[in-house]
Design a protein around this ligand. Structure first.
Ligand SMILES: Cc1cc2nc3c(=O)[nH]c(=O)nc-3n(C[C@H](O)[C@H](O)[C@H](O)COP(=O)(O)OP(=O)(O)OC[C@H]3O[C@@H](n4cnc5c(N)ncnc54)[C@H](O)[C@@H]3O)c2cc1C
Length: 392
């Protein structure tokens, strides 16, 4: 291929990361994003261990990310009186460095916008593979042929359903729902967070960049959600119902939630796919291995983009080989990191009193001085368990 032209669907984290790697080596990259503007919402995302750090350093982002870090400290598991039961070190909840998802999204966009064509407010409507490439039809733009198509369009990937079929089995539900939002800082938190749990429901509140704001996450047991059931109004209703009669200052937080504007509502689930690619189409990030929460989706998206770019640049005329090598390298790592998504609901909202008691005591023990190293290993082992290839 002479100067291959790649279409990337999705301007979240995975898409612009891949665009950065390919465009700087002379590939033509078009990113199509369904939203009318960059989606800079979301809570904090973190990076931990040398694999994540090396990728950020190779992208020249380590300093910029540090400048934007949240500086969040420890988070406390508290009881109904607000008393700290166990203090969770910053490394567990915020990794080595943490920043707001929106800041990272903006940073990646700024670093790529001059070399990459971004088309907002559009989406692929059909993909047809020919021996020469992939003919793509769009909602807005005229049809166009690309050498390769990358689906980096998130947990409910449109590209995935067009290529692999609309199979609900691709999303494995873990039995919990989550609502995230920004609230007034009614708890007066400063660079710290608290987690209050009762059987089947839990709320985590952390300080935000502005002193008068806090980030809240309500986690509760519940069935999967259809696309019409994830609206802000549905989120308010679901939290009100799930947290009715809950103790501590939960009622105050639920009331504050009714004024929140940036509500995010989803079921906690993760993607299970038999393959990441089909012909000239490959999936990346949440579209391929994502999880709603707890699966290190953001660093995984960036490590994945690094490996996919490395394999494509090393095999520019053999996309099938590049895709196969990408999947062989990434899949075991993605599966390991995805493991977190199946436990995260039970961590914030243990289903039973006994489960809650056990969680508090296990974390109480693990965070004691003699077990410091064991704990450190526990909270970083998935992230560090990958031999990052060197493509330089
Ligand atoms: C608004 C938002 C808030 C989030 N908040 C959090 C959070 O608080 N905590 C957390 O851990 N993770 C959050 N995530 C998920 C997190 O960004 C991902 O897990 C991770 O960064 C992997 O990134 P990704 O690029 O694969 O997916 P995403 O970051 O989800 O990006 C996918 C992009 O594809 C776009 N897209 C979707 N469908 C189409 C289509 N048909 N055509 C074109 N584009 C399409 C989406 O609008 C989005 O911009 C959030 C994602 C979004 C979009």
């Amino acid at each position: 291929m002479t100067r291959p032209h790649v279409l990337i669907a999705g301007a979240g984290i995975a898409g612009p990361s891949l665009a950065w790697w390919l465009s700087r080596r002379g590939w033509r990259v078009t990113v199509v994003e369904r939203a009318r503007a960059l989606r800079t919402g979301g809570q904090a995302v973190d990076f931990r261990g040398p694999v994540h750090r090396t990728v950020l350093e190779r992208m020249g982002l380590w300093e910029a990310i540090h400048e934007r870090r949240t500086r969040l400290g420890a988070q406390a598991l508290i009881d109904a009186t607000g008393r700290t039961v166990t203090e969770l070190p910053a490394l567990m909840m915020s990794g080595d460095v943490e920043l707001q998802r929106g800041d990272l999204c903006q940073l990646l966009f700024e670093r790529t916008r001059d070399q990459v064509e971004y088309r907002f407010g559009d989406s692929p409507t059909a993909l047809h593979e020919t021996p020469e490439g992939v003919e793509v039809a769009f909602e807005q733009h005229a049809p166009q042929r690309f050498d390769l198509v990358v689906g980096a369009d998130g947990l409910r990937s449109n590209v995935r359903s067009r290529v692999f079929g609309r199979d609900d089995g691709h999303l494995k539900h873990h039995g919990f729902r989550v609502v995230g939002c920004t609230l007034p800082n009614v708890l007066g938190l400063r660079q710290r967070g608290v987690i209050y749990s009762e059987p089947g429901r839990g709320v985590c509140v952390t300080s935000a960049r502005a002193d008068d704001e806090a980030r809240a996450m309500f986690v509760f047991t519940g069935a999967p959600l259809g696309p019409q059931e994830r609206s802000p109004d549905a989120a308010r209703e679901a939290v009100s119902a799930a947290f009715a009669g809950a103790g501590w200052r939960t009622a105050q937080l639920v009331e504050a939630l009714h004024g929140a504007e940036d509500l995010y509502f989803d079921a906690i689930s993760s993607v299970r796919l038999p393959r990441y690619s089909h012909g000239r189409v490959v999936l990346l990030g949440d579209a391929a291995w994502g999880g709603t929460l707890g699966g290190q989706g953001t660093p995984m998206a960036m490590v994945g983009a690094y490996v996919l770019a490395g394999e494509l640049l090393a095999n520019p005329d053999a996309h099938a080989q590049a895709f196969a090598r990408f999947e062989a390298r990434l899949r075991p790592y993605a599966l390991k990191c995805q493991g977190g998504a199946s436990h995260v609901g039970g961590f914030f909202a243990p289903r039973t009193r006994a489960g809650l008691f056990l969680r508090n005591h296990i974390y109480g023990l693990l965070t004691t001085k003699p077990l410091e190293r064991v704990f450190e290993k526990l909270v970083t082992h998935a992230a560090t368990g990958f031999a990052l290839p060197d493509y330089t």
